[in-house]
Design a protein. Structure first.
Lengths: 112, 114
């Protein structure tokens, strides 16, 4: 089983749609979870951290299910500018471990 | 606006040549990472340093790759000799060692080995 797995997509959605991405991870001892965004031919950038209680940032909602080792990202009211690849990222096990393992990403295209 | 910088941004070279990529982390960041990204493998960690000391380079092919941090403002990744399978985008990233996991990436070096 790969360490971090994502549906590669592409997800093609109309403006205004709600879209959800899922991710599973294999290391049950993982401590921290993130979603990064990568625009075409650019570097990855942190979109949001994912907390056990779930967290929201504007149109974006992230959820973590430790029991199922599952992370999700929900985007509401999609904008054209949301078109990008979304990378699910998991920190290594143990305090002080700074190794991030990246999923291969899910590509989103928001169409007018 | 503090940023990670990388040079060169693009590099085309022939198989067997030496390639050196440079990275300047954000001032005050004490952890530096080198990643490689390809379509097939995605983003892979090659090596990382904390306070200039190499902590893990298990992701790096040892026979041809080497990574160093000669000082706090410069990290280098060298490939010698280069091979066509090394063609990829190489990213450098840094963070403040806060444990919160936000790594700041440079713009990458797009390497093509012919």
């Amino acid at each position: 089983r790969k360490e971090v797995e994502q549906d590669p997509g592409p997800f093609n959605v109309p403006e205004g749609a709600t879209v959800a991405f899922n991710c599973t991870y294999s290391n049950s001892a993982s401590q921290s979870f993130f979603w990064y965004r990568q625009d075409c031919r650019k570097e990855p950038k942190l979109l949001m951290s994912v907390y056990s209680s779930g967290n929201e940032d504007g149109r974006f909602t992230a959820q973590l299910n430790r029991a199922s080792q599952y992370i999700s990202l929900l985007i509401r009211d999609s904008k054209l500018s949301d078109s990008a690849t979304y990378l699910c990222v998991v920190n290594g096990a143990g305090a002080g471990s700074y190794q991030l393992t990246f999923g291969k990403g899910t590509k989103l295209s928001v169409i007018p | 606006d503090a940023r990670v910088t990388q040079t060169p941004r693009h590099k085309v070279t022939e198989m067997g040549q030496e390639v050196t990529m440079r990275c300047q982390p954000i001032l005050g960041h004490n952890t530096v990472f080198w990643y490689r990204q390809t379509m097939m493998q995605g983003l892979e960690l090659l090596a990382y340093f904390r306070n200039r000391a190499p902590l893990d380079d298990s992701g790096m092919p040892k026979d041809r790759f080497s990574a160093e941090m000669p000082d706090a403002t410069l990290a280098t990744l060298k490939i010698q000799p280069s091979e066509p399978r090394d063609s990829a985008v190489y990213f450098c990233a840094s963070d403040r060692d806060t444990g919160f996991g936000e790594q700041f990436f440079g713009p990458g070096t797009r390497l093509t080995v012919l």
